[in-house]
Write a protein that binds this ligand. Structure first.
Ligand SMILES: Cc1cc2nc3c(=O)[nH]c(=O)nc-3n(C[C@H](O)[C@H](O)[C@H](O)COP(=O)(O)O)c2cc1C
Ligand SMILES: Nc1ncnc2c1ncn2[C@@H]1O[C@H](COP(=O)(O)OP(=O)(O)OP(=O)(O)O)[C@@H](O)[C@H]1O
Length: 297
């Protein structure tokens, strides 16, 4: 960032409705000050280094940035490298050198529980005092709850692992997004009249519960209903997990193209069927459910 900006602070995995309050305030303040609205995120989830366990993420960095732009009009998403040095930096130094020095923030926005710097010593109260001393604007956004509990990336990860896509979508405020290149499958789908595109699941991403979902497939400015299987395809002896959409009302080649899937609801768990005929009948039924789901939307 080379110009002054209003800067939202956090990681923003999922870009959920809790983040939304903060990002909306960032956009409004930027408009008032006549500067760009920016959001900070990291290339690695801080908890991966802090706790030593990798955090399976809801979005790739590209999708995270796209969602912040699309839904909240954020102009610039700043992805900072997170390593041991970032983790052990005293909070004042991070605020001074990175937020103000490198990114030229003239106004900072963070959430109620934002922690940063060595041992998480930086918090909204300290940041408010730091900003007041330097004549920098500051907002701390109150927690946003749904059904009596805070919305968080952790809550949404648990919902996806349990297959509760519809509830995850309520917390997100938009469909769950997965974007990736279309890779080659075994071309068995075509032989049962169900051509599917295979999407490679980026390695750091969380895999939702194995099963069948109603989604929209987005490519070339089109948005078409798709019925998607996530799983290892036990009926045909699959070995690894794939994300396989059957894009309804589409006939064409998508190999090596980039496809964005927008997931809305879970239809059923993945199963090992006794025959390909049974599998085919189940998929046709799921396709009908998907058409029905999107009929009035
Ligand atoms: C909507 C949908 C639902 C599916 N459900 C299952 C399932 O429950 N069990 C299973 O073993 N495979 C399931 N599959 C995967 C199929 O076995 C797979 O699409 C087919 O074998 C083609 O694989 P290929 O792309 O490698 O050619 C499903 C696929 C789709 C598109
Ligand atoms: N429900 C919420 N209401 C208001 N602000 C939120 C909410 N959830 C997160 N924030 C704020 O949004 C920013 C980004 O949040 P961040 O992605 O770091 O956490 P999170 O969504 O709570 O995820 P986690 O579950 O990993 O803690 C932070 O400043 C955080 O305080």
């Amino acid at each position: 960032m080379t110009r002054p900006c209003v800067l939202a602070l956090g990681f923003f995995d999922g870009v959920h409705i809790g983040h939304g309050g903060l990002l909306r305030r960032t956009r409004e303040t930027a408009d008032r000050l006549g500067v760009p609205a920016a959001a900070l995120t990291f290339d690695t989830h801080p908890d991966t280094l802090v706790s030593g366990h990798s955090v399976p993420l809801l979005n790739t960095p590209e999708d995270r940035a796209a969602l912040m732009r699309e839904y909240y009009g954020i102009d610039e998403v700043l992805t900072l490298h997170f390593d041991r040095e970032t983790m052990t930096q005293p909070w004042e130094r991070f605020a001074e050198e990175t937020l103000l020095g490198r990114y030229h923030a003239v106004h900072l926005v963070c959430g109620h529980d934002f922690r940063f710097g060595d041992r998480g010593a930086g918090n909204p109260e300290k940041l408010a005092a730091f900003c007041a001393q330097r004549g920098i604007g500051f907002d701390r956004i109150d927690v946003i709850e749904l059904d009596g509990a805070p919305v968080s990336s952790t809550r949404i990860r648990a919902l996806l692992e349990a297959g509760d896509m519809a509830e995850a979508v309520r917390c997100l405020g938009h469909p769950h997004v997965l974007t990736g290149p279309v890779v080659s499958g075994r071309h068995l789908g075509r032989t049962i009249g169900i051509p599917t595109a295979n999407l490679a699941l980026p390695p750091q991403l969380l895999c939702p519960r194995h099963g069948v979902y109603a989604a929209l497939a987005c490519f070339d400015g089109r948005r078409l209903p798709a019925v998607v299987n996530i799983g290892s395809r036990p009926t045909v002896g699959g070995t690894h997990v794939t994300v396989e959409p059957w894009i309804l009302d589409f006939d064409g080649d998508l190999y090596s193209r980039t496809l964005r899937l927008e997931f809305y609801t879970f239809l059923r768990p993945e199963r090992k069927f006794d025959s390909l005929d049974e599998l085919r009948a189940a998929i046709l039924h799921n396709a009908e459910q998907t058409r029905e789901f999107f009929r009035d939307r």
